[in-house]
Design a protein around this ligand. Sequence first.
Ligand SMILES: [Zn+2]
Length: 455
Amino acid sequence: MEGTTTGCFDSLFAAFGKRSSTAQSSRIPPAYTPPTEEKLPAYEECVSKAMSQLDVKHDTELERIVSDAIQAVSGDLRQISLDLHENMETGMKEFHAHQILTDYLEKQGFKVTRHAYGMETAFTAEFTRGQGRRIGFCSEYDGLPGLGQGCGHNCIAISGVAAAIGVKAALESGKASGKVMLFGTPAEELSIGKIVLVQKRAFQDNVDACLMLHPAAYDSERAALIAIHDVRVEFFGKASHASAAPWEGVNALDAMVQLWNNISMMRQQLMPTDRVHGIVTDGGKAPNVIPDHTSAFFFVRTTKYDQIIRLMEKMENCFRAAAMATGCEVKWTWREIGVTKDVVQNGPMADVYKDFMERTAGTSFPSIAEQEKKGGGSTDMGNVSYEVPTLHPMRAIGTTAANHTIEFTKAAATKYAHEATLQGSEGLAVTALKVLNDDSFFEVVKKDFEATVRS
Ligand SMILES: [Zn+2]
C-alpha cells in the first residue's frame, strides 16, 4: 500500500514535470509569463488526482458500526441540540452547554475533563483502546447576540459528540485502535477558544489530526475559510460648543468620517479577496457638543493569514492620515490574541469525507473552484489547521439562507438539519478511522499537511 501511494504521487508529479522538460528540449527560450495564482496547478487538485488513483477499499462493516452507534444516540443528541438552540449562550458564557455536554459524554463512557485549559466553558472527552494514532474532533456551542444559534453551533456541538461516539464504537469493536479526543471549544464567534487551546498546545500534544463539521446552506468538503484580524481605533479631540464656539474644538467625529472615507477609497485598490468592514462604536455624545472622543471597531480579512500584515499597514496609514487631517490624537489596538488564521483543509481527508458522503448520503459537492468562491467566513479552526492536519467541511442543512441570519437560526433547529448533521458526523468518523487504521493514508495526510501549511 505504501508503494502504491508513493507511486501515484510519483506518476502525477512526473506528468507535471514532463511538460516542462518538453519545453526545454525545444531550445527556444519560453516566453516569460508571470506566475499567477490561476496558472499554478492547485495542490489540492494534484492530491485529488492522486487519491482518485488509489484503490480505496471501503470497510463497509466498520462504516456500519459507526452508523449504528451514531443513529443509536440520535434521540439523545436531538434533545441536546434543541436545548442548546433554545438556551443559547454567548462566547465564554456557555455554562449550560458545558454542563449538559460533559454530563452526557461521561455517561457515554468518555474520560471527561471539565473547565479544560483554564477556560471555564472548555472541556475534553477522551477514549483510548490499544496503541495507535490519536484523532481529535471539535464541538462548538456558542451563539450570536440577538440571533440565537444563527451559525448553527448547536449542530456542531452534537456533531463532535456523534463523531466521537462513532469512533469509540469502532475502537470498542476491535476494528481500530488508538485514541479519540473531543475538544469542547468555547467562543468560536469571538474567535478565541481554539486559539487559546493552540497556545496551550492542546491539539499539538494530543492528536495527530483534527476534524469538525459546520452547518451551512451548501455542502463543501474543502470550505474556503479566510484569515481575520481586528482592530479598535479611537480619536481624541477637544470638546466645544458646536454653535457658539466650534472653532475652539477639535472634532473627533470628523476624524472618524475622514477615516471612513480613507478606508472606502482604499478598498478600490485592495485585492478582490480582501475584506475590511466595521462599525462606529462611539460617534459623540450630543449634537451641540463638538465630539472629543469617537471610536470604531474593524475586521480585516485576507485569504492567507500572512497577507494580513499588508492590510494592517494600510489601515494604520488611514488612521494616521485621518488624525493628521483633523488635528486629533489617534490610538489603535490590534486584537491581543493575534490573527485568526485561514483554514488549511487537508486534501486527502477531504476526499475520503466526500467519497463517503456521495456514496452513503447521495450528497453532491460543488467543484473546488466553486467552493473557493463561496468562502468568506473565518473560524478559529484555522489556527488548529496550521498545527495538525485538519478537516472542516460544510454540511447543507436544507436552507438557502446564509449563516448569521434569523432564517439560518430557524433552519438549525429542524429535523432535516439534525439528520444531515448526523450523516456528516458519520463522514467525519469514517475519515478519522482511516487516519487511525491506514498507515499509508496517514503518510499522504501528513505530506499534504506539510506541503500546504508551508505554501
Ligand atoms: Zn459558525
